[in-house]
Design a protein around this ligand. Structure first.
Ligand code: KIV
Ligand code: ZN
Length: 511
């Protein structure tokens, strides 16, 4: 029987460190539930010592999911480890993940410690963590640039101290597949107690080799891979979960290992993350991009029609991308809408179903076909953001030139449910229609943030597709992202800005 490779998903920790991928608590919990459905073995939920918000998110995830291990990250010091345990201890199967750098450059310049001191620190940290749980992972940060014999020593020491998983990260995305293979093989062959732990890998994509490196490591004996949905993560990101799993499955005869991933949940998971963080899936993204199964060349089309195996190495259905996902029309009832939400992984209350039903009906009046992506966008837009403090009520925009520059009129409501609601209106000029709307919103809210990122993309196909807008703003050192979808690009922009301002307020409150 094929050996198991454990999938350690760090979308909610390393992934969230990716610029613009910040998620709030509700979004993290929704993503955690989707990861559980996807079948990952471990969810790394965050870095509890980093902030109160991180601590609460890790704790909430630990309590929310049941069929998956929950890991918290901590440096190799007592205070970090104690805080991590406090956050994860309610999980059904909690894991303490402690890390310490082992490369010469990190030990000298970052830690200002000798190799012997690092070895003692690692041992002490793991022993301390092991007093809380047997499920302890140690990561040798910047392992790929560390001395191999020192790594052997560190690995042996932490296994003796109680680590059950030892992770060998390529922290800076520097290694290459054949070199990483040799390194993992060296550890497998030279660490005396290697049979008492699982060797894990965690690869960054700075040179575009994260997935290839992880696969090479599996071939050399690694039995845990750390990865993220859509490969999001620090700098150029981490190894993409969907690429790894489909490579292992498609080339079974080569790798001879298996994972616990339900591949039909791959596309829904990628779509959910993309919707939550407002980052479109690039069309040429392996496995889940819009072009991944599209055959343009006549020769290819002809081949596929004669026998799809000529050019197709896997099917869209195997990753849960159904071709016939037109779901809701003018005549669908609320039951159909409820079922579709459940199929997409959202368990809504009756009240939420009614809100969604109305939103979907309104959309079906304007748009010929309503797809899964549209329904999911409506759930995020209309159901989950209803309780925000700032809300857009109405707006109109006027384009203009010369003495009458573009201007907008905006009406907004202020106040959460149960508070006194105040309605305010204003009209401002701007450089263009979108800018005029933004200036009006800033005046109403009483802030003047810097707009760092503004991006627009189509959520689905066709000229009546929803426009997905993402913005990132900065004010007083606090950054926030906002996203929204609407058939009208200016309105989507306004909603995204209002969303960003709500998030910014929340972030300032947390700070
Ligand atoms: O890239 C890295 O080394 C990490 C560790 C904390 C595992 O993210
Ligand atoms: Zn990392």
């Amino acid at each position: 029987m094929a050996e198991r490779v454990y999938v350690f998903d760090t979308t909610l920790r390393d992934g969230e460190q990716s610029p613009g991928a910040t998620m709030n608590l509700d979004e993290k919990i929704r993503m955690a539930h989707q990861l559980e459905t996807l079948g990952v073995d471990i969810i790394e939920a965050g870095f509890p010592i980093a902030s109160q918000g991180d601590f609460e998110a890790v704790q909430a995830i630990a309590r929310a999911v049941k069929n998956v291990q929950v890991a918290g990250l901590c440096r190799a010091v007592k205070g970090d480890i104690d805080r991590c345990w406090e956050a994860i201890k309610d999980a059904k199967n909690p894991r303490i993940h402690t890390f310490l750098a082992t490369s010469d450059i990190h030990m000298k310049y970052k830690l200002d410690k000798t190799a012997d001191e690092v070895l003692i620190m690692a041992e002490k940290a793991v022993k301390h963590a092991a007093q809380y749980t047997k499920n302890v992972e140690f990561s040798a940060e910047d392992a790929s640039r560390s001395d191999w014999d020192f790594l052997v020593k560190v690995t042996e020491t932490v296994i003796d101290a109680g680590a059950t998983v030892v992770n060998i990260p390529d922290t800076v995305g520097y290694t290459q597949p054949f070199e990483y293979y040799d390194m993992i093989k060296y550890l497998m062959d030279n660490v005396k107690n290697v049979d008492k732990a699982i060797i894990s890998v965690h690869c960054h994509n700075d040179l575009g080799s994260a997935v290839a490196n992880s696969l090479a490591a599996i071939k050399a004996g690694a039995r845990q891979v750390e990865c993220t949905v859509l490969g999001i993560g620090e700098r150029a990101g981490n190894a993409a979960l969907e690429d790894l799993v489909m490579a292992i499955n498609t080339r079974k005869e080569l790798y001879d290992v298996e994972t616990g991933i339900n591949t039909e949940q791959i596309f829904p998971s990628c779509r959910r993350l993309s919707q939550i963080i407002g980052m479109p899936i690039p069309p040429n993204k392996a496995i889940v991009g819009a072009n991944a199964f599209a055959h343009e060349s006549g020769v290819h089309q002809d081949g596929v029609l004669k026998n799809r195996l000529t050019y197709e190495i896997m099917t869209p259905a195997s990753i849960g991308q159904l071709s016939n996902n037109i779901v809701i029309g003018k005549h669908s009832g609320s039951h159909a809408v409820k079922n579709k939400a459940e199929e997409l992984g959202y368990n809504l209350t009756d009240e939420q179903v009614q809100i969604l039903f109305k939103a979907v009906k309104d959309l079906a009046d304007k748009k010929e076909q309503v797809f899964d992506e549209d329904v999911e966008a409506m759930i995020l837009e209309k159901v989950y953001r209803r309780l925000d403090r700032f809300r857009l009520v109405a707006m109109s925009v006027f384009s203009g030139t010369g003495d009458v520059p573009p201007h907008a009129a905006v009406v907004m409501e202020f106040g959460r449910e149960g508070e006194d609601i105040e309605t305010k209106r204003i009209s401002e000029f701007g450089e263009g229609s979108v800018d005029a709307v933004f200036q009006s919103i800033y005046s109403l809210v009483g802030v003047s943030p810097k707009l760092e990122v503004y991006s627009v993309n189509a959520v689905t196909e066709g000229s009546d597709a929803l426009a997905g807008v993402a913005v990132r703003i900065e004010n007083d050192g606090v950054k926030a992202v906002g996203r929204a979808n609407d058939g009208d690009v200016v309105k989507a922009s306004a909603l995204a800005m209002v969303n960003a301002l709500n998030r910014m307020e929340k972030a300032k409150e947390e700070k």
